[in-house]
Design a protein around this ligand. Structure first.
Ligand SMILES: *Cc1c(COP(=O)(O)O)cnc(C)c1O
Length: 777
């Protein structure tokens, strides 16, 4: 019997908690609404269908808050709102349900957008990852310093997951075995027709833990066994290239990839028996960066050892089934492991890596590659295992994530591989889901668009182009301007509430939100703000349009420089706020705990999107696309997908500055940041604030260390390795140009508008369609 969604919510509240809707607390309501929505789903979530199934293997899924997105895609959001209104409950009641932050940043968010797009387009793509007990830490500031708190995202319950006890599998390590227990989350496509699965594996002990049965020693052993098992899926590594806890990291990687491969092979056998040569017709395995690469030797091992397939056949099948996405530009940053480390955790996998490496050597010999050249390809080179080489060798496709990135891979970082297998290399420029990043997060703008061109853009973002003719209609641009003001006011209210900082919605909102990293150059932004500050004080800058610079982002806990930059920006914010001479024109705020839900509030309010990575360092970026879609101009370098953004929306509607990849290539051996610093008083002035007691780092020396990183370098890098000083003047000039242009508001807003209408290319629907057509067939 179907009582309808609203009635079901009430029924569940009564059955589960014995409460009426007005008596239920937030968590009870959250669980009841989620459960009622789950009831509307069918049983099969894409794991058993006859269609070709893509298994998307990723160490991270940054899905954010699920409830509003799922209700939206199911078409239940309006009914939900009605129910809340009927009972005088705020529809934003779930805003402090924790995000599922099972990822660090762009790579994990991309995986989440891909899930949304595939389900919306009706493709079968199931995500496989780890059900971390704790997601990315929660960030607070204490005296301007980042403080990390555990993110216990399941504390509100996890009504969107279903535990599938009967489908658990065993994972063997050298001196440990654990269960991987699947928790399935439905991935609901827009319109609710297709539901796929995000299957997250949780590590559990294989031995029972029931203390009444045990004597003391047994108890201690069982407790240890339990803790060691659960540790595997306990923590998300708070960095995508960490050096810490290497053994545990290898365990995590093998844990979820082995579980996934066992799961897929079992399902295949249930349907098709042992005709394993048909696996590539039934499945495609996409590796999101190198973290899941142990899936390759594990897949081959399972076929050989458990199914009696010959190594040669297993290898051939693997090559046809696996494809690899590279997210890293610098070859030296590619994932590598020490042989002895792998041997100490998963020796049975190491054996297969050796066999695969032998195949490779055979092939290199046949291709007539010289011994000296061979070294560049070897999966096992001396005592190191190169994960990317393993991935490239046993895949039929290797893709970069933006045009520039793929070109750099082909011509520089992976050149030798591209010469050997040119047909494998291809580009798939990243994208974002317009459902999450426009329809859900910016209702005002969505309604405006739908009012003009209908709602087809929700599943076909190229439709936005039909708005282009309105760019010349003043009334329309004014309407668009009003929406931006509304979003800015909403964000100002939110920041006041959450940060205790008052910002004026009439200021320009200039925003840089993303993980804290030296290559993303938040420090360059901070320097430019200081330069404006000094310029205002000195009278060098006149007629400055009041601007608030908004920062947000987390630094990996062990990344001291990134944390120093946070403290430095907070110091700048404090100094400016305390200065009555400038604070009516200039403001800085670093919002705490930037995550998907915060991004959904911040991005719609932006006038200016800061995308200022050193050219050649940001593989693609996806934050840049979210801002573009919400009608902001990009102030950025010629890097990653910025280039394609400008290609779509026009140079004249964005603000591009600084050295390009080829410029840096030319000067890098003679680059002299100390010379620049000594000869440019404005640069010297801002850089010196790191050492001249303008700011207080509580005696930690972290500011001096930043100073040295720019002018002296360190054992592992040259001075100013990200070329902040090189780009400084060009950046400041361009920033002032933005400020000047903003004064002609209509013409500035027209640029914003043109950006929005040209964002069609950056829908992850386009990206996913290209993956399906060109990689997964
Ligand atoms: C989109 C997104 C990112 C990626 O941002 P970039 O600017 O591309 O680095 C990181 N974190 C969150 C929460 C996001 O939503």
């Amino acid at each position: 019997m179907d009582f309808g969604f609203k009635a079901n919510v009430k029924l569940i509240l009564d059955l589960d908690y014995g409460k009426t809707i007005n008596k239920a607390d937030k968590i009870e309501l959250y669980n009841a609404v989620s459960k009622a929505a789950m009831k509307t789903l069918g049983k099969d979530w894409g794991l058993n269908t006859d269609k070709k199934k893509v298994s998307y293997l990723s160490m991270e899924f940054l899905i954010g808050r699920m409830i509003y997105n799922n209700l939206y895609n199911l078409g239940l959001l309006d009914e939900f709102k009605e129910l809340m209104n009927e009972n005088n409950i705020d529809i934003n009641i779930f805003e402090d349900i924790e995000d599922a932050a099972l990822g660090n940043g762009g790579l994990g968010r991309l995986a989440a957008c891909f899930l949304d797009s595939a389900a919306t387009l009706g493709y079968v793509l199931n995500g496989y990852g780890i059900r971390y007990k704790y997601g990315l830490f929660k960030q607070e500031f204490e005296n301007g310093f980042q403080k990390e708190l555990p993110d216990d995202w399941q504390s509100f319950g996890d009504p969107w997951s279903v535990r599938r006890e009967e489908e658990k599998v065993r994972i063997e390590f050298k001196d440990q075995s654990v269960y991987a227990v699947p928790y399935d989350m439905p991935v609901i496509g827009y319109g609710g027709k297709t539901v796929n699965t995000l299957r997250l594996w949780q590590a559990e002990a294989t031995k029972p833990f029931d203390f009444e049965l045990f004597n003391n020693q047994q108890y201690t052993e069982a407790a240890k066994n339990k803790n060691e098992a659960e540790a595997i899926s306990s923590l998300l590594y708070p960095n995508d290239s960490t050096e810490e806890g290497k053994k545990l990291r290898i365990k995590q990687e093998y844990f979820f990839t082995s579980a996934t491969m066992q799961d897929v092979i079992r399902r295949f056998k249930e349907k098709h028996g042992t005709a394993f040569c048909n696996i590539p017709k039934e499945y495609a395995f996409q590796l999101n960066d190198t973290h899941p690469v142990f899936a390759i030797p594990e897949f081959i091992r399972l076929l050989v050892e458990k199914e009696g397939v010959s190594f040669e056949d297993a290898f051939r099948i693997a090559k046809k089934t696996f494809a690899y996405t590279n997210h890293t530009i610098m070859a030296e940053a590619l994932e590598k492991w020490n042989v002895s480390l792998i041997q100490s955790v998963i020796p049975h996998i190491y054996e297969y890596i050796v066999l695969i490496n032998k195949e490779l050597v055979k092939e290199l010999n046949e291709a007539g590659i010289s011994d000296a050249e061979k070294k560049k390809y070897l999966i096992i080179e001396d005592d190191t295992v190169h994960m990317a080489r393993l991935a490239i060798y046993v895949s039929h496709s290797v893709n970069g994530v933006a045009e520039l990135h793929t070109e750099i891979l082909k011509s520089r970082e992976l050149k030798e591989w591209c010469q050997l297998y040119p047909e494998r290399f291809n580009n798939k420029t990243n994208g974002i889901s317009q459902r999450r990043w426009l329809a859900l997060s910016n209702k005002e703008l969505s309604d405006f668009i739908t009012d003009k061109i209908g709602d087809a853009w929700i599943t076909d973002l190229d439709q936005l182009k039909r708005l282009e003719m309105f760019a010349f209609e003043t009334d329309v641009i004014k309407e668009f301007e009003k929406i931006k003001q509304v979003k800015k006011r909403q964000l100002a209210d939110y920041i006041l509430k959450h940060e205790g900082v008052k910002i004026d919605p009439d200021f320009i909102f200039d925003i840089q939100v993303k993980r804290l990293h030296e290559y993303k150059r938040q420090l360059l932004n901070a320097f430019s703000v200081l330069d404006i500050y000094f310029g205002l004080k000195e009278g060098r800058i006149k007629d400055f349009y009041p601007t608030v610079f908004i920062f947000g982002g987390k630094a990996a806990p062990g990344y001291y420089r990134a944390k120093a930059i946070i403290k430095y920006i907070n110091e700048i914010a404090g100094m400016i706020a305390a200065d009555p001479e400038v604070r009516d024109r200039l403001k800085v705020v670093f919002v705490s705990n930037y995550n998907v839900s915060y991004a959904e509030k911040i991005i719609p309010a932006a006038d200016v999107s800061e995308q200022i990575s050193t050219a050649g360092t940001e593989a693609s970026g996806t934050g840049n696309m979210k801002f573009m879609l919400n009608g902001a101009v990009t102030l950025g370098t010629f890097d990653g997908a910025n280039i394609e953004i400008v290609g779509q929306a026009g140079m004249e509607n964005n603000y591009i500055f600084g050295a390009r990849v080829e410029d840096i290539e030319k000067i890098k051996d003679t680059y002299d940041p100390l010379g620049i610093y000594q000869n440019n008083p404005r640069i010297k002035r801002v850089v010196d604030t790191l050492i001249d007691n303008t700011f207080d780092d509580n005696g930690t020396g972290i500011f001096k260390e930043l100073y040295d990183s720019l002018l002296k370098g360190a054992s592992w890098h040259k001075p100013d390795q990200y070329y902040l000083l090189l780009d400084f003047m060009s950046y400041c000039e361009t920033k002032m140009q933005v400020n000047t242009d903003y004064k002609d508001r209509l013409s500035f807003r027209k640029k914003c508008f043109i950006n929005m209408v040209n964002a069609g290319k950056f829908s992850s629907d386009r990206t996913i369609r290209d993956y399906f057509n060109e990689i997964w067939n």
